[in-house]
Design a protein around this ligand. Structure first.
Ligand SMILES: [Zn+2]
Length: 317
């Protein structure tokens, strides 16, 4: 009798638990991290090693199959390869993460000729390709610097042709945000030894990203009547090396499962063309929305708080 009562209690618990699990929206997200090995005002090797180590510890702990996008100009001391910097990339591969091409010198396609841009892509793959081949992996993803994708369709088509012929797939971004402004503010506060300001910036950072998640989820529903598999853009910076663990927890709480970029791109939405040819580097959700008409863009996109903008020394997002 007693056993039956316990069984009943257990089953009731199971039922409530599984019902709760079912109520939770199942969401999917791929995490991409740009400007590898490290982007920070703190340029010394020890700090760069520390940032890499801490960031990778968070990524590994949360089991996030992230892709890191590399700027190879950071891998040279003068014109010689810098083994210490290259070792930072090796630690990404050792953590079983994938690397992609983010051009050699992070110049915008909107500011240089297509021919020069393509040279910058080719120059930006030499070391990464070698490291990935050693791990029996193929270099296959490309991310535009500043998400700036060309000011006319001829340039976009020319680039698409080059990427296709060279085995690259464009890595779009849907969860666009200003982590780079928070990062600059955080770096500046560190440089000024202003610990209180660092704490304030950190405390505002994850709630800001959560507000962005909510915005892009709603924008996705507005466009597709469903939440697509999202692609988040963050950077390999100091603030993320401190806060990525909290970001991952926030995403899990919202019902997100971490997936690879390859898996995210299987979502039908990514088959839509990107015909956007203005200067701004914007989310693919906004590119698709603009193609449908301005009225499909939700007006309430969260802004970076003023004190963070000020601490970063940035006038506009
Ligand atoms: Zn970048």
């Amino acid at each position: 009798m007693k056993l039956n009562f316990i069984s009943l209690l257990f089953c009731t618990f199971c039922f409530v638990f599984s019902a709760q699990a079912q109520n939770k929206t199942q969401r999917f997200i791929a995490v991409t991290i740009d400007d590898l090995p490290v982007v920070s005002t703190r340029g010394d090797l020890k700090t760069r090693q520390e940032i890499t180590k801490k960031l990778l510890a968070h990524v590994t702990k949360a089991k996030v199959p992230a892709v890191g996008f590399v700027n190879e100009n950071k891998l040279y001391a003068g014109d010689k390869p810098d083994e210490a910097e290259i070792n930072l990339l090796r630690s990404w591969l050792d953590a079983n993460l994938e690397l992609g091409n983010h051009t050699f010198s992070h110049r915008s396609l909107n500011n240089i000729d297509l021919e020069d841009f393509i040279k910058d892509i080719s120059r930006g793959e030499i070391i990464t390709k070698k490291l990935m081949t050693e791990k029996k992996r193929t270099l296959r993803f490309f991310r535009h610097p500043y998400l700036q994708t060309g000011l006319n369709l001829k340039t976009k088509d020319g680039l698409n042709k080059f990427l296709f012929e060279n085995g690259y797939t464009i890595a779009p971004v849907t969860i666009d945000n200003a982590d780079w402004i928070f990062a600059r503010a955080f770096d500046n506060a560190f440089d000024k030894k202003d610990k209180n300001l660092m704490k304030r910036i950190g405390a505002a950072y994850v709630p800001y990203l959560e507000a962005k998640m909510d915005y892009w989820e709603r924008q996705s529903i507005k466009l597709f009547n469903r939440e697509i598999k999202q692609i988040l853009l963050l950077h390999a910076n100091f603030i993320n090396s401190d806060y990525f663990g909290d970001i991952a927890k926030m995403l899990e709480k919202r019902g997100y499962q971490f997936i690879t970029l390859e898996e995210a791109l299987k979502d039908e939405s990514y088959k839509l063309p990107d015909t956007f040819n203005k200067r701004a580097g914007i989310s693919w959700l906004h590119r698709w929305a603009l193609a449908k008409g301005m009225e499909t863009i939700l007006p309430d996109e969260p802004k970076t708080p003023d004190f963070v903008m000020k601490a970063a020394g940035v006038d506009s997002e």
